[in-house]
Design a protein around this ligand. Structure first.
Ligand code: SF4
Length: 310
């Protein structure tokens, strides 16, 4: 197997081992199960989703001794859950030529392991580099999640350089810090300055579709690292005081088809922020974040990135 080494040394006296893979790795299930069974363990494969470390399959722990949760860094700490990260190798000597000389470095979990080497390289090129310390659900300096940018909370730099795939985290960092953000893809070695206008325009449009509506379903996920019941209860209370009917809807995987028959005018998503940001087009009714709901209710002047802090 090329991408992962199984941490056999952490399995202790376990006999039955659960494995939980993200969609992109599920096709490797046989290969991984065979590797583990060849060492004398019995394997049970989780058929549940694995969107992040927030999404640990706790139910499988009823039938196995330990769970190997693949591709994410820990959020939920439990001695029976073993996280197997997926670090992708890349050249830390990144091609960066930008006018700002004081920069902050951030990366997703797959690329964060080389941030110190990237920083050393950039310092040798004359940049002043900062890497924010981890807090809460983030365990590596400089690491960002789609639901957490706390490493940028005290950012003093003039610009942020994001290392990873896609633009979502970079756009999130730009909205979070209100600073210029460059997205660098370490595999293609392409860099671009991110523009948040499209993203923000779409979000304000989604909020505008909720104006004047009378009922809202506040979605709460039972996934251990996404469950924000207290936030949902607070939002429900505030909305009720303003004459809006709200109910909390509790479910594991928040998917459009599970909401089809419910009669609410729109939804407020307290689970993974990316459900509203990336998948709103899949839902029949508008779906907004808690911050966007507060904006709709007149409690804030603008929208902000939704973050999960616990
Ligand atoms: S809540 Fe969403 S963004 Fe945050 S770790 Fe889970 S899957 Fe990733």
């Amino acid at each position: 197997m090329d991408d992962f080494s199984i941490p056999f040394e952490k399995l202790g006296n376990a006999r039955k081992v659960g494995i939980q893979l993200p969609d992109g790795m599920k096709r490797k299930a046989i290969e991984i199960a065979r590797l583990i069974e060849e060492k004398g363990y019995e394997v049970v494969i989780s058929g549940e989703t694995n969107f992040g470390a927030c999404d640990v399959d706790l139910s499988i722990l009823e039938v196995v001794d330990v769970l190997l949760h693949f591709a994410h860094t820990p959020i939920l700490r439990d001695e029976r859950i073993i996280y197997v990260p997926n670090f992708i190798d890349y050249n830390p000597k990144i091609d960066l030529e930008i006018e700002e000389k004081r920069i902050a470095l951030i990366a997703t979990a797959q690329y964060v392991h080389k941030l110190d080497e990237v920083a050393e390289w950039l310092r040798s090129k004359g940049y002043e580099v900062e890497i924010g310390s981890p807090k809460g659900r983030v365990i590596y300096s400089g690491q960002v999640l789609g639901c957490n940018y706390s490493v940028l909370r005290d950012c003093k730099a003039d610009a942020v350089v994001f290392i990873g795939d896609g633009l979502f985290h970079a756009i999130g960092a730009a909205i979070y810090t209100k600073k210029k953000v460059y997205a660098y893809n370490p595999l293609s070695r392409e860099i671009q300055e991110v523009d948040t206008k499209d993203f923000e325009r779409k979000r304000y449009f989604e909020v505008s579709r909720c104006v004047g509506k009378k009922s809202a379903g506040i979605l709460v996920s039972s996934k251990p690292g996404q469950r924000r019941l207290k936030l949902a209860e607070r939002l429900k209370k505030i909305a009720k005081e303003r004459g809006m009917f709200c109910s909390i809807i509790y479910m594991n995987n928040i998917a459009a088809e599970q909401l089809y028959n419910l009669p609410f005018d729109f939804y407020v998503n307290t689970a993974c922020p990316r459900i509203a940001y990336d998948d709103s087009f899949k839902f029949e009714r508008p779906i907004i974040t808690p911050q966007e709901f507060e904006f709709l209710l007149g409690l804030r002047d603008s929208i902000a990135m939704d973050e999960i802090e616990f």
